[in-house]
Write a new protein. Structure first.
Length: 249
């Protein structure tokens, strides 16, 4: 029987039972295992991990756990405080693009509203989600730990909150996206980009009340959905303002 001592820091404790949070604890195992597999056996998906320290030395995911090892595991939030000698995180993406699982439809809508390229369908299978994330270098957002533990997933995050408005604030904070918002630039229905369109070219597609009261329109370049600034727009504008005020606080 092999024993190693683990301690997980900051938000990684979310995944642990109360008796293992913010403390060092012993982990016993019999088979030879990489540190990546051992960490995931304790419930922490590998995309959540940034740095691993073993006996005072930084290691990567391929390290084989040894008897007596003292292991500290750090999340992304600690990177500014700790020199990343060996980070197990992949190279940061220049543009944040997302793919979301079936449980996060409202979050997908909010990300599109704020201008982020966001793939979402309610019939994606787990294997397909993981493949899209890997092939297209999209950040996989999910409420399924097992999905994040798939080996091909490099960019991913487990959304903690179940409240849709808190979820979008959480994702913006995690990926430092508050300065990347381009609200009302993407189609909420299909994720396509919106383009300004002349009223005269779409007038036969508008409700009579809109024809009389609205002069500025946008149209999705993919699905041709038409958008204008009505009462729904005002509600969305207030939503964006709440998010920005949350950042200031």
């Amino acid at each position: 029987m092999t024993k190693a001592e683990f301690r997980f820091f900051a938000e990684l404790n979310f995944f642990l039972p109360p008796n293992k949070r913010d403390v060092s604890f012993a982990h016993f195992f019999e088979e030879r295992a990489s540190i990546k597999d051992t960490i995931e056996s304790l419930g922490i998906p590998h995309p959540e991990v940034a740095l691993i320290e073993v006996n005072g030395n930084w290691v990567d995911f391929s390290y084989i756990v040894q008897d007596g090892d003292r292991i500290n595991v750090y999340p992304i939030s600690t990177l500014p405080e700790i020199p990343p000698t060996i980070s197990v995180q992949p190279q940061q993406l220049s543009v944040a693009r997302f793919v979301l699982d079936i449980h996060l439809g409202k979050l997908a809508n909010s990300l599109r509203l704020l201008g982020f390229d966001t793939l979402y369908r309610n019939d994606y299978h787990d294997e397909e989600l993981a493949q899209i994330s890997a092939n297209e270098k999209r950040i996989l957002l999910t409420r399924d730990k097992g999905l994040l533990m798939r080996s091909i997933v490099r960019y991913g995050y487990y959304v903690r909150s179940t409240n849709p408005e808190q979820q979008i604030a959480e994702v913006l904070q995690r990926f430092d996206l508050f300065n990347s918002l381009t609200p009302f630039s993407r189609c909420l229905r299909c994720n396509g980009g919106l383009e300004t369109v002349a009223k005269s070219s779409i007038i036969d597609q508008l409700p009579e009340s809109v024809r009389l009261q609205v002069d500025q329109f946008q149209r999705c370049g993919e699905c041709q959905q038409i958008y204008w600034r009505g009462s729904h727009y005002e509600q969305m504008q207030q939503f964006v303002e709440r998010l920005l005020s949350a950042k200031i606080r």
